[in-house]
Design a protein around this ligand. Structure first.
Ligand code: TYD
Ligand code: MG
Length: 455
């Protein structure tokens, strides 16, 4: 059989070249050729021929619908984002900035799984065994039975997986792994993609659950986890501020559970601890209401959370700035235009800053109303009433649109002691919610009028 060779495939046109070139010889695009392993033609032909005999086609209705079995990791917040736990043969990618707590979380999870009777393997390419041991002591896992392999060569890792047959394996990190079949450097797109593809295949073939750790680079992660998202079953990203004590893990993609689910952890002296009732951490502590602050209820995933939106509007220079942290900046520009046009609130010559407290990122449009009320409050220097919340999407015509599952949001707010709510008309509950006065509005002008009447 002919030996497998490496070829270079263009990302743009799919053309190939035996050697690496700066410019694609087919379409002329620059810097698009990526190395991969080409299986020799004979091998490919034989493989397809043998597969055709074994593959069976079934009628959809005849296939038994079985749900996958999940093994809880013992960390409730991690299980929440995983969709209940790890899945046999599942591949999870977990990304995040360096130092945010990926290794810590996974070591804790592996130890819990090992204690639960699962066979685990922790492959470390970034740290030595001694460093991992040091961390485990710090986490109070002195007697941990987790197996550790300090290795970065793909072929050796695959051989160890084969020999050890673990139930769960963590590869920390995928950027350090390299295959000797490729000449590109470890961490390059070619290596990361090829190694992840091999590991994914190994997971599917043997039933081991593989967790790949990936670093997100500041430049948008070209060689980082982004190129792997389509290959794996579940993609989790760490969010939030490294300076704060809290860490959020969000499910971006999940074949075995809900997306946008958020797990909340606190980094303590002894590792990450789940925060089961996170609402309170996204609110700052104001003794009395302050201008420019409006609390909203966000519902990304399955759990409602209260988040404080802060705005600061201050006179700007000739080209005023619009900055947002945790919220979409283009959406902010749009909301400012709607405020001007439909509610007569002009911020043209003002700097506008908005922030979602606690490092949480809010991508749902239900934040619109709270953002607009916070901006208006800051501009006028008037705080919103005590115990006030608002949510709802605002359209370009100034209409206030309903947010999904409004009842749940309102109940969460009432549970945490909030007393006044401005919400879209369609979200107004049929039965009153105890302790909560609800003002249902259809337009942004109406919302403004309600707020003025409450002051
Ligand atoms: P780490 O898991 O090494 O991050 P990553 O793998 O994502 O790069 O986390 C390291 C940070 O967490 C480091 O700044 C120290 C801190 N830390 C604690 O605060 N408490 C602990 O118990 C541990 C193990 C780490
Ligand atoms: Mg690490």
């Amino acid at each position: 059989m002919a030996k497998d060779k490496t070829i270079h495939t263009c990302n743009e046109c799919g053309g190939t070249s035996p050697k690496w070139l700066g410019k694609c010889p087919h379409c002329g695009a620059w810097n698009t050729l990526i190395e991969s392993v080409a299986h020799s033609e004979g091998a490919v032909k034989n493989r397809f021929a043998s597969l055709a005999k074994t593959a069976e086609v079934a009628v959809l209705a005849d296939i038994e619908a079985t749900d996958v079995e999940r093994t809880p990791t013992g960390h409730e917040e991690l299980d929440r984002v995983l969709g209940g736990g790890i899945v046999e043969g599942g591949v999870v990618l977990i990304g995040g900035d360096p130092g945010i707590g990926k290794s810590t979380l996974l070591l804790q999870a592996l130890d819990a799984l090992e204690r639960g009777g699962k066979k685990t393997l922790y492959v470390t390419g970034e740290e030595s065994g001694a460093q991992v041991a040091l961390r485990s002591r710090r986490l109070g896992l002195e007697r941990s039975q987790v197996k550790v392999l300090a290795e970065i060569q793909l072929e050796k890792i695959l051989a160890t997986l084969e020999a050890q047959q673990p139930d769960v394996a963590v590869i920390d990190s995928i950027q350090t792994v390299y295959s000797d079949q490729l000449t590109s450097a470890p961490g390059s797109v070619a290596q990361v993609r090829e190694c992840a593809a091999h590991l994914t295949r190994a997971a599917k073939a043997s039933g081991v659950c593989i967790v790949l750790v990936g670093h997100v680079t500041k430049e948008g992660a070209l060689a980082g986890p982004r190129v792997l998202e389509h290959m794996v079953d579940t993609v989790l990203y760490f969010e939030g501020d490294t300076h704060s004590q809290f860490r959020l893990v969000r499910a971006i993609k999940n074949r075995f559970g809900a997306v946008n689910e958020i797990g909340v952890f606190a980094m303590t002296e002894r590792g990450l601890k789940g925060v089961s009732n996170p609402s309170a951490i996204f609110l700052s502590q104001h003794a009395e209401p302050v201008p420019g602050s409006c609390v909203m209820v966000t519902l990304e995933g399955t759990r409602p959370m209260l988040v404080e939106i802060q705005a600061l509007v201050d006179s700007g220079g000739p080209s005023p700035r619009r900055l947002s942290v945790g919220l979409d900046r283009d959406r902010l520009a749009m909301l400012l235009a709607v405020l001007h046009r439909h509610a007569g609130v002009a911020c043209m010559d003002q700097d506008v800053f908005v922030n979602a407290v606690g490092g949480v990122r809010i991508s749902e449009p239900a934040a619109d109303l709270a953002v607009m009320l916070a901006i208006t409050s800051s501009l006028r220097g008037k705080p919103l009433p005590k115990g006030f919340i608002a949510f709802g999407e605002v359209g370009l015509a100034g209409e206030v649109r309903p947010a999904p599952r409004g009842q749940e949001r309102l109940k969460e707010a009432a549970k945490l002691g909030f007393s006044v709510a401005v919400v879209p008309k369609a979200n107004a509950p049929k039965k009153p919610i105890e302790g909560l006065t609800i003002h249902a509005v259809e337009r942004i002008e109406e919302a403004m009028a309600v707020v003025r009447s409450l002051a």
